[in-house]
Design a binder for this molecule. Structure first.
Ligand code: NAD
Length: 285
């Protein structure tokens, strides 16, 4: 029978551990881990994601400072705020909620963030450290996917992994993370030919595309582990993933559901990066 990789349960388990670490930081080092979140514009989806992160952070004892900027904010104003937060002693992590309104450059803004406060792991310094396999902050969603894969198999050395998607936030760091764990990695994207044939080769399939039910049941190698990162509107309140869950469940050895799979763990690994940033702030440079 297929193993359902329950991200909600795993996140609850991690929450207990993180809560204890945060209490220790407060008690022993007098540090209250604090996250500054910058939200530009009024996208309903972004507001929802920020609210979820804020609620989870506060429930664990992380303080959140929310900076809401109007959608006509200029690049200069955004950079000025980031530079102010870079210098603020009471801020350990800075999260710029993406996507930004189209007139703003995501790359230019991200590159303003102090790498020691870059809890999404998206500044050039942190991408470089990660690519050298000496990470400071690993992007949260790939960490969540790897955690789920490890619920299926502790050791993935030598397994063939297919990552579908190559975004800087998910697909590309995911492929690198699997490589760092000694998997043999194939990465697919919009120009890939015959995705189904590549899927059939893979012991692990991670899908981060944003197309409902892209991955079909008869593409999956029997017993494979399938991680669905996609969040798509399914026409109801309940989102749907990039994987045809029903069909793939009949063939796969393990599968993550949507919702309740990768999502809750993405938030938990953001918490883990905030804790790390707070710990780093007490190390003399
Ligand atoms: P993105 O749009 O930046 O990247 C999508 C990638 O998919 C691109 O690299 C593109 O080349 C690839 N792609 C598109 N069509 C393809 C096809 N037919 N075959 C192969 N590759 C194809 O998106 P993203 O930020 O990487 O997010 C992907 C999905 O994951 C979205 O649905 C997003 O909402 C979701 N997401 C979920 C979480 C979570 O915590 N669960 C976190 C981040 C993103």
């Amino acid at each position: 029978m297929v193993q359902i990789l329950n991200g909600k349960l795993a996140a609850d388990h991690l929450a207990e551990e993180f809560c204890e670490t945060i209490q220790l930081l407060k008690k022993q080092k007098k540090i209250v881990p604090t996250l500054a979140v910058i939200l530009v514009g009024d996208s309903a989806a972004s507001q929802l994601y920020v609210r979820r992160k804020q609620e989870k952070a506060e429930s664990l004892g992380v303080e959140v400072q929310l900076y809401k900027l109007p959608s006509n904010t200029t690049q200069m104003v955004l950079h000025k705020l980031i530079r102010k937060l870079n210098k603020a002693f009471d801020v350990h992590g800075i999260l710029l909620q993406l996507p930004l309104p189209p007139h703003l450059s995501r790359v230019d803004a991200l590159y303003q963030i102090n790498p020691l406060k870059d809890v999404d792991g998206l500044t050039p310094e942190n991408i470089g450290l990660f690519n050298l396999n000496t990470p400071r902050f690993i992007p949260c969603t790939p960490q969540g996917c790897l955690y789920l894969i490890h619920l299926w198999r502790k050791n993935i050395s030598g397994l063939t992994a297919l990552v579908v998607g190559r975004s800087p936030l998910v697909g590309t760091p995911m492929a690198k993370l699997l490589l760092n764990h000694d998997a043999t990695v194939i990465q697919a994207h919009t120009h890939t030919k015959d995705l189904g044939a590549l899927c059939k080769l893979a012991d692990i399939v991670v899908v981060a595309v944003g197309k409902p039910k892209l991955i079909q049941g008869d593409w999956i190698k029997p017993g494979a582990c399938v991680i669905d990162v996609g969040i798509n509107s399914g026409g109801t309140d309940r989102p749907v993933g990039d994987v045809d869950f029903e069909a793939v469940s009949r063939v796969a050895g393990a599968i993550s559901p949507v919702p309740g799979g990768v999502g809750p763990l993405t938030i938990m690994f953001l918490m883990s990066n905030i804790i790390r940033a707070a710990q780093l702030s007490s190390v003399p440079s």
